[in-house]
Design a binder for this molecule. Structure first.
Ligand code: AR6
Length: 172
């Protein structure tokens, strides 16, 4: 698998799958989630509402992932995943890693080969960027998947630099 780093806006990525850092309600929010729904249009929210009415009556648990249309985005699907809120007292790293592996599994089910990820949990959910970058890179590197290109889309220069360090550490 090729791992790429890009500094920019995830909603502008021309890939098969854009991963959304959603919340359990699947009904929208700020950050990446807000940008995806704003730019993707109402078709995405309509599908999220249907998911709440069917498979996910109680919401999508953290660490899990589910696909919808990408609406008007330049991608084929959005895969919504729910990151853990960072905790100083409880190690939730496995849940964060699961967001990446479960999203790749959903991408596999769709037949997707290019996937763009944001730095899940590093905004509203307050996960420290350096640690989140290491977990993200290790999770996608270890995943057994048909996805050929995994692109991390980082919003600013410090996030990009943290992912660069994580990637070079993982490559040894
Ligand atoms: N493209 C790429 N990265 C972005 C973009 C963008 N357009 N916008 C923000 N980021 P966050 P979380 C970065 O808060 O921490 C929502 O309200 C941002 O700088 O989007 O998982 C949901 O509904 C940060 O580094 O996601 C949930 O309630 C990273 O993306 C909650 O926030 C993730 O920040 C999820 O929180």
């Amino acid at each position: 698998m090729d791992i790429e780093l890009v500094q920019g806006d995830i909603t502008e990525q021309h890939v098969d799958v854009i991963v959304n850092a959603a919340n359990s309600s699947l009904l929208g929010g700020g950050g990446v989630d807000g940008a995806i729904h704003r730019r993707g249009g109402p078709e995405i929210l309509a599908e999220c509402r249907r998911l709440r009415d069917t498979r996910y009556g109680k919401g999508l648990p953290s660490g899990e992932a589910v696909a919808t249309t990408a609406g008007r985005l330049p991608a084929r699907w959005v895969v919504h995943t729910v990151g853990p809120v960072h905790s100083a007292t409880e190690d939730r790293s496995a849940v964060l890693a699961s967001c990446y592996t479960r999203s790749l599994r959903v991408a596999d089910e769709l037949g997707a080969t290019t996937v763009a990820f944001p730095a899940i949990s590093t905004g509203v959910y307050r996960w420290p960027m350096e640690d989140a970058a290491r977990i993200a890179v290790e999770a996608v590197q270890a995943a057994s998947t048909g996805v050929r290109t995994c692109r991390f889309v980082l919003f600013d220069a410090p996030a990009y630099a943290a992912f660069e360090r994580a990637l070079s550490a993982a490559r040894g």
